[in-house]
Design a protein around this ligand. Structure first.
Ligand code: PLP
Length: 243
């Protein structure tokens, strides 16, 4: 990587932060109410280091194995990791050890597995382990190829949460439909926020769905206008660096 690439990444980051703050202001919120999850799946380690040098502290990977490798190779960096892609049950244990949050819990079975494994880990550990922080991925676009809960099934899932004390469900996540651009995406984001608001009326004690993970490079400003608290941005951060 060249010094120009390093500079370019810092400039991209500054512009994205500015756009995020402006979108937050348009929705009557502070810039601090929205966090950037920098998605690093497309780039090599040197560009991730450049991003962290420029001030990013929260990194996201969509594939568990790549997250494991990178968390190890970059263990010297002051960052937290979020898993944003599909997680198979046989990869839960290793992943729980490394991540701060899983955005992509998409079945009741996975939620139950995370609870059980976290319980085993808590029993084996000395001291108190933090609970597992997760978001429930919702298929708001209805596209068959997408992972995520059918919105109609969520009330029943929420009702099960008191039986899973080791998982802390912090909110909802969605991916916008592939077709239709930012305006179609706005409909998906609005649907996720409205779903959250409807569920809020029936949450068990101690559950707050305060996080909404929605918005990527092409539609994060719209997502923030519709209430996103976490945006997952990859390619826009690395524009101009042949990523
Ligand atoms: C790759 C990915 C992103 C980032 O996509 P960009 O369009 O490059 O910003 C966000 N969320 C998920 C789940 C992803 O897999």
């Amino acid at each position: 990587m060249t010094p120009t690439h390093q500079e370019r990444i810092a400039l991209n980051l500054a512009e994205i932060r500015q756009r995020m703050a402006a979108a937050a202001a348009r929705s009557g919120r502070s810039a601090e109410s929205v966090s950037l999850v920098a998605v690093t799946k497309y780039v090599e380690l040197d560009k991730i280091r450049a991003l962290v040098a420029a001030g990013v502290t929260l990194l996201g990977e969509s594939r568990p194995q790549q997250l494991w490798q990178r968390a190890e190779l970059l263990a010297d960096l002051p960052v937290r990791w979020h898993l944003i892609g599909h997680l198979q049950r046989n990869k839960v244990r290793r992943t729980l050890d490394l991540v701060d949050m899983i955005h992509s819990v998409d079945t009741l079975e996975l939620l139950q597995a995370a609870n059980r494994i976290a319980e085993e880990m808590a029993a084996a550990a000395t001291g108190t382990r933090p609970r597992v922080r997760v978001l429930l991925e919702v298929n708001t676009s209805g596209e068959a190829a997408k992972h995520g809960f059918d919105p109609q099934t969520l009330p029943a899932v929420i009702d099960q949460l008191p039986k899973m004390p080791q998982v802390e469900v912090r909110g909802l996540m969605c991916m916008a439909g592939l077709e239709g651009g930012p305006q179609r995406a706005r409909g998906d984001f609005l649907a996720l926020r409205e779903l959250r608001d409807r569920l809020a009326a029936r949450l068990p004690d101690g559950v707050l769905l305060s996080e909404l993970s929605m918005g990527m490079s092409g539609d994060y400003e719209v997502a923030i206008e519709e209430g996103a608290t976490l945006v997952r941005i990859g390619s826009a951060l690395f524009e101009g660096t042949d990523a």
